[in-house]
Design a protein around this ligand. Structure first.
Ligand code: SF4
Length: 385
């Protein structure tokens, strides 16, 4: 694991297609009934990389992440072409973490072996639940049997494996979640992402929730589920290293640590975001979300960037707080001062510490306590004011 304070330079590539749209999902994912022209997308990814490379200059990549959408709908040749393109534009040392997100229903052994042959060394599987009724409720195309088969295959083929589960589902009891989590830990190699079900605007669940057709656990029950999650994972050796991510020590996602430690990353593909230092200032890039529009933009002018800005020092400092305080390791106070040009308010820190929401780590770091994690956004807003 990179040392704290060495955030790294990641490359994120977004594959924007899914076989079906899950009713809770507000990611940039699209269903197409015609086959996607994968070589054309791969060529566009490479062109956009060239545009980003012209802005970042030469860099050493510390991690690559193929996210989506459902990147496991990409053929291994497409993944191989994307990874080769990354290596043509930046320096890619041997052995860096290369993650691909996969859905159990889009998995075939042959495809997994193909991904491994291209250099992918970590898979993040969208398992989401370990009972069929909840998988159907979540609109997933796989069942538990397929999920377990995918987990088994991934464990055989890839050095590293993570899988996601969604909890705080309607009607989910503490006992049911505890049993499911214990079962998941039994299958997990070394990393689990455990997200609470949230109702996001623009999703099918949002409409159903507004119509009173689904009810998610209320604040107290959701907090109890969160506390249980922390206790069970910690007791089983996969403590939270970030608010929703749990790993055996050393198995943390290096790519996600780039985000949370406020490192630099380029975002390639439809709807991808990037943040990197250009001419001494941190810039934001945002690309066009609609896949075909993005493709046309890239083919016409070399990139699909439709939005972006140069962050002010205070914006950088606020983002650094927002990301870093998600981590159990917290933030380095010197870095905050370096970014913002001032110390964190001692008065506000004293109040938050008195309320048991933040705690110092030695003299140099600050972390949010487990009680503070439940109200993290409020804690960050208070410190960032
Ligand atoms: S598979 Fe993932 S990205 Fe695709 S719709 Fe479902 S949750 Fe969203």
């Amino acid at each position: 694991m990179p040392l704290a304070g060495e955030p790294g330079f990641g490359v994120y590539v977004h594959w924007p297609f899914c076989a079906a749209k899950c009713p809770y999902c507000d990611f940039n994912s699209h269903v197409r009934h015609q086959p996607v022209d994968q070589p054309r997308f791969a060529a566009a990814f490479e062109r956009e990389m060239a545009a980003m490379r012209a802005r970042t200059g030469s860099r050493t990549v510390t991690s690559i992440f193929l996210g989506g959408g459902t990147p496991s709908l990409m053929r291994p040749e497409t993944v191989g072409a994307v990874l080769e393109a990354v290596a043509r534009h930046w320096s890619v040392p041997d052995g860096i973490e290369i993650t691909l997100e996969a859905n159990p229903s889009s998995v075939e052994a042959e495809r997994f072996r193909g991904y491994r042959a291209t250099g992918v060394n970590r898979v993040s599987l969208g398992v989401q639940a370990l009972n069929d009724a909840d998988l159907r409720f979540l609109g997933r195309l796989h069942d538990v049997e397929e999920a377990l088969k995918a987990i088994g295959l991934a464990r055989d083929i890839f050095p590293r494996l993570s899988f996601d589960l969604i909890y705080a589902r309607p009607g989910q009891t503490l006992a049911a979640w505890e049993a499911e989590l214990e079962q998941a830990i039994g299958y997990a190699a070394d990393h689990l992402s455990l997200y609470q079900l949230t109702i996001e605007e623009g999703t099918r669940f949002h409409a159903l929730h507004a119509a009173g057709k689904i009810a998610v656990p209320d604040g107290d029950h959701a907090a109890d589920l969160y506390d249980l999650t922390q206790a069970v994972t910690a007791a089983r050796g996969l403590p939270a290293y970030e608010i929703s991510n749990h790993a055996r020590p050393g198995a943390e996602s290096r790519h996600n640590l780039v985000y949370w430690r406020y490192g630099e990353y380029v975002g390639i593909g439809p709807g991808a975001h990037g943040r990197f230092v250009e001419e001494g200032r941190r810039v934001v890039t945002v690309t066009e979300k609609t896949p075909e529009t993005w493709l046309n933009l890239v083919e016409a002018k070399g990139h699909g960037i439709v939005d972006g800005e140069i962050l002010s020092r205070s914006e950088e400092a606020d983002e650094f707080l927002l990301m870093g305080l998600r981590l159990a390791e917290g933030i380095e106070l010197d870095r905050y001062e370096h970014l913002s040009g001032q110390e964190l308010s001692r008065e506000r820190l004293a109040v938050l510490q008195g309320e048991g929401l933040v705690a110092p780590i030695g003299n140099s770091r600050l972390r949010v306590t487990p009680a503070g994690m439940v109200v993290l956004n409020a804690v960050v807003a208070d410190l960032a004011r």
